[in-house]
Design a protein around this ligand. Structure first.
Ligand SMILES: Cc1cc2nc3c(=O)[nH]c(=O)nc-3n(C[C@H](O)[C@H](O)[C@H](O)COP(=O)(O)O)c2cc1C
Length: 204
């Protein structure tokens, strides 16, 4: 009996004897993120990336493991405008930069939060390399962004298109300035979001 069948059978058994039935109460949850330090929009030179901060808050609140995506042989400029120029070229070329990740095997995770900064209205190209290389079929994917005004920027729809065999849940957008300077606002927004996800049966 595989794990899902076991959990389902156990749930039905529990239901039969009037215990609460939680479909994915035992899900293994991961927070995957890509984030840059250096000079970023509206926050000066930062030593922890905006998305990294939000990722850590989500992981802390859900008990999830954290997995950072980094670009292999990272030669990105540390100044904002030159970084924008390089990222624009990557976008125009549909580049697929190679990546490293801090959790080697993500196959055992059922629910995966996936976050990144909005770059030119899109996921950074390295995230598409990630989507194309990992087998995310059957998993619940929950996008989040940090941004300077564009919000979620279609991260949810783009994630669903790139991963047609996954379930994509409602995402969260946090401004980079809040991530860096207003942890209580971020904490409150994450709480509201997690509550809504829980109401949709996505529990951690
Ligand atoms: C290359 C690049 C492109 C960006 N494009 C956008 C954009 O299209 N819309 C937006 O709201 N913010 C944009 N930003 C701002 C970042 O999304 C924002 O500062 C983010 O919080 C940075 O997160 P990080 O520190 O995790 O990398 C861009 C920043 C960079 C470096």
């Amino acid at each position: 009996m595989d794990r899902r069948t076991f959990l389902f059978s156990f749930g039905m058994l529990s239901f039969g004897i009037s215990m609460p039935f939680k479909t994915i109460a035992s899900s293994k949850t991961l927070v995957v993120y890509f984030s840059k330090t250096g000079e970023q929009y509206g926050v000066g030179v930062i030593s922890k990336g905006n998305t990294a901060i939000v990722a850590e808050i989500i992981a802390q609140k859900t008990g999830a493991d954290l997995c950072e995506i980094t670009v292999e042989n990272d030669t990105y400029p540390t100044q904002y405008k030159p970084l924008c120029d390089v990222a624009k070229i990557e976008l125009n070329n549909k580049a697929r930069p190679a990546y490293n990740k801090t959790v080697a095997d993500i196959s055992g995770y059922d629910v995966i939060f996936i976050g990144a900064p909005v770059w030119w209205g899109d996921w950074p190209m390295v995230m598409y390399t990630f989507f194309e290389h990992e087998n995310l079929a059957g998993k619940t994917l929950i996008p989040f962004s940090t941004h300077a005004g564009s919000g979620l920027s279609g991260f949810d729809k783009k994630l669903a298109t790139a991963n047609p065999k996954s379930k994509v849940a409602a995402g969260l957008a946090i401004t980079g300035t809040d991530a860096q300077n207003n942890s209580s606002r971020v904490s409150g927004a994450v709480d509201v979001w997690l509550k809504k996800l829980a109401e949709q049966g996505i529990a951690f």
